[in-house]
Design a binder for this molecule. Structure first.
Ligand code: RIB
Ligand code: CA
Length: 315
């Protein structure tokens, strides 16, 4: 019997690893992608929206692309050109958008989908949680139409943009606090697992050897993304965002622990930290399944498999 598809909305700040996460999502028969929404993060909202459109054109994802929030709920944006380049998706040439962004905002498009879809929808945010929080604040009545949130963000043991905070959470801690306090089931792909989700140069070659247009671009994205990380001593590219998709399509390669996670919105040193209560000391009910480990080889194989999906798509 054919397995029921999971309806999802992909929300991100592409971003090389967002792009690879979306390549994986489109290649996964288990997922029904209802929309793609952009958020400010790795680059400005204009650039992340343009990148979202170009990724959809590259992978033949014919879904609505809606522009999200240009600013975090509180504070100024933080962008990451040192990691993703001035465009936010530097490296290989990409096709121009096949169609303009939706005339409505990401929050309006998300709300309409949740209102109309016959079953609850899974949100897959891989950038700052600004859009998701804005959706929950504007439409609390739609909370029950969100099945779960499989997000890339945070880290219960360390940060990457400050010693305490991971980039996506640090950009908008108030938004993250809204999401983690919402009561909606959360799968958290934080740095604890994503820094183990390393794709090595030999994996880049395996993907390139698949030999279709998408696989070439993914290999080029990995080469570019690895450039920043190699200088920091990483043996491979941590494809953070694809873990949030893998949690839906291949959960058996992951190790998760349910725990209460709090988001720090104050503090000179710890703003944006995600504090995981491993031992239940706070006496609060768990609000997230925190992913702590990954079968790296199986993850690399999953990306090679996803690249091969586009084989039969050649004209
Ligand atoms: O810290 C890693 C996260 O920040 C990833 O989602 C990457 O794309 C950036 O948004
Ligand atoms: Ca991202």
């Amino acid at each position: 019997m054919e397995q029921k598809k999971i309806p999802v909305i992909l929300d991100g700040d592409p971003g090389h690893d967002d792009a690879i996460a979306w390549v994986l999502a489109k290649a996964s028969p288990m997922l029904d992608i209802l929309a793609v929404t952009s958020v400010c993060g790795n680059q400005t909202i204009q650039k992340t929206t343009y990148n979202a459109q170009r990724i959809c054109a590259l992978i033949g994802l014919e879904t609505q692309v809606a522009m999200g929030r240009a600013l975090p709920l509180v504070g100024d944006p933080i962008i990451a050109p040192t990691v993703h380049g001035e465009s936010g998706l530097d490296g290989p040439a990409l096709p121009e958008p096949a169609f303009p962004p939706h005339s409505k905002s990401a929050i309006e498009v998300m709300a309409e989908i949740l209102e109309r879809h016959p079953e609850p929808v899974t949100l897959v945010p891989t950038g700052p949680l600004t859009n998701v929080a804005a959706l929950l604040l504007a439409h609390p009545e739609l909370k029950s139409k969100i099945a779960r949130i499989s997000l890339m963000g945070g880290g219960v043991q360390f940060g990457n943009w400050t010693p305490a905070a991971e980039f996506n959470i640090l950009v908008d801690p108030e938004a993250a606090d809204v999401v983690f306090s919402s009561g909606i089931p959360i799968i958290m792909a934080g740095l604890d697992v994503t820094e183990k989700a390393l794709i090595f140069p030999e994996d880049f070659q395996r993907i390139r050897a698949v030999g279709n247009k998408v696989s070439q671009v993914v290999a080029d994205w990995l080469e570019f993304f690895y450039g920043f990380h190699r200088k920091m001593g990483y043996p491979g590219a941590p494809v953070h965002d694809a873990v949030a998709v893998a949690a839906l399509v291949r959960p058996e390669i992951l190790t998760m622990q349910e725990m209460y996670v709090a988001v720090e919105t104050q503090g000179e040193y710890c703003r944006g930290a995600t504090i995981g209560d491993f031992r239940g000391i706070a006496g609060k009910a768990p609000n997230a399944k925190v992913i702590l480990d990954i079968d790296r080889q199986a993850f690399a194989d999953l990306l090679v498999e996803a690249a091969a999906y586009y084989q039969e798509k050649e004209a």
